[in-house]
Ligand binder design. Sequence first.
Ligand code: BEZ
Length: 250
Amino acid sequence: MSNTNQWNADKYKKHADFVSNLAFPVVELLNPQANEKILDLGCGDGTLAVEIEKFNAKVIAVDLSESMVQKTKEKGIEAFVMSATDLTFENEFDAIFSNAVLHWVKEDEKAIKKISKSLKANGRFVAEFGGYGNIKFLTDVMEEVFNKHQEFGNFNNPWNFPKDSDYKQLLENNDFKVEYIELIPRPTKIDDISNWLDIFANGIISHLTNEQQVQFKQEIREILKPKIYSEKDGWVADYVRLRLKAYKTV
Ligand code: BEZ
């Protein structure tokens, strides 16, 4: 959530609805109960917040993107623009849920402290996001293209893909008891890699001219095609999920 990526809610809906479609096991892990107050941290367009409210829980949703918060509100969910590192809640939630967001948060300990502060005593934190090894093909090729074009400047990788052991330690250092944490390789079908780059990597190339941005995307596509595209399956990204459930112990 803390980066310069710009979110286009319409493109996201058209090309990235796999993000919420594949998150039902995380909602299952959350196991929402009637009358619980649950924070959806990084709600995107609100699709999962709506699913969680179907359990008769009260969902408050936050996201860094104004356009995503707007889409969420249009679905009838109470939503605010707020980042994971600046949550303003205190002892308020029975549970905090977060899908496909925390890999954007480099200051992970700061976020965990805010998550803890926002939870009631014994509240649970259930999350899934990109973990160690996530989209390695893609980030390696991005680096390769940046290295080839000195005029593009440095590749500033905006993502944090932690190891399960490191994240567990981080949670334990901040008064969480970890019930479950696992790295799960999940090769993920995406539509054309160009759309993925447009939606998720625009912040990495926002300093380039339009021509350079087109060149960047074309070169990535050419190099990646033999590695992650097949006639049979189309484009398949090498996603690795870090999935966890932890309880606040204080
Ligand atoms: C992910 O869900 O793993 C992800 C999505 C966009 C950018 C980087 C990672």
